[in-house]
Design a binder for this molecule. Structure first.
Ligand code: CUA
Length: 160
């Protein structure tokens, strides 16, 4: 079979580009521990604030018997509730987040904490924060006129 030399050259270029893209995805997944959140759990967005784990009194960070931390948050137009979360550094943290209104996103810059928050579902992210100090949760899905102002604080404090 005859292949034109120019065509052959481009086949190598495309092969190289594909290898770089697959390689960078594998690197991010294996070395940087970045995975798409994969929790599928439904919740009624109309009643989540009335009782259960997303009632106002149950929001925030709780320490589990094994030392890990579970954080429950509600993302609603236009803030995250509660507006300040404090977690210890170098500790396993599980975020459970849901929305009573529209699609939101939660992102903490320079960490692997990032997920969509879809009304009707509970988003779950497992992570650890190694850098102490203050950071922000930012909404990264356009959710309305107040989207730009939708953020809250994350405080990473020394462990123990
Ligand atoms: Cu919430 Cu954008």
């Amino acid at each position: 079979m005859h292949i034109d030399p120019l065509e052959k050259k481009w086949m190598y270029v495309i092969g190289f580009m594909t290898a770089v893209m697959i390689g960078s995805m594998a690197y991010a997944a294996i070395m940087l521990n970045m995975h798409p959140p994969s929790n599928v759990e439904t919740i009624d967005p109309k009643t989540l604030h009335l009782s259960g784990e997303f009632a106002e009194d149950n929001l925030g960070a709780t320490t589990n018997p094994d030392g890990s931390v579970t954080v429950r948050m509600v993302a609603a137009r236009y803030s995250f509730y509660p507006q300040m979360i404090e977690v210890p550094a170098d500790t396993d943290v599980k975020f459970r987040i849901t929305s009573p209104d529209v699609l939101h996103g939660v992102h903490v810059p320079f960490t692997n904490m990032s997920t969509m928050v879809v009304p009707g579902y509970v988003s779950e992210v497992n992570t650890r924060f190694s850098r102490e100090g203050e950071a922000q949760f930012l909404c990264n899905e356009y959710c309305g006129l107040g989207h730009d102002y939708m953020w809250s604080k994350l405080k990473v404090v020394p462990k123990g």
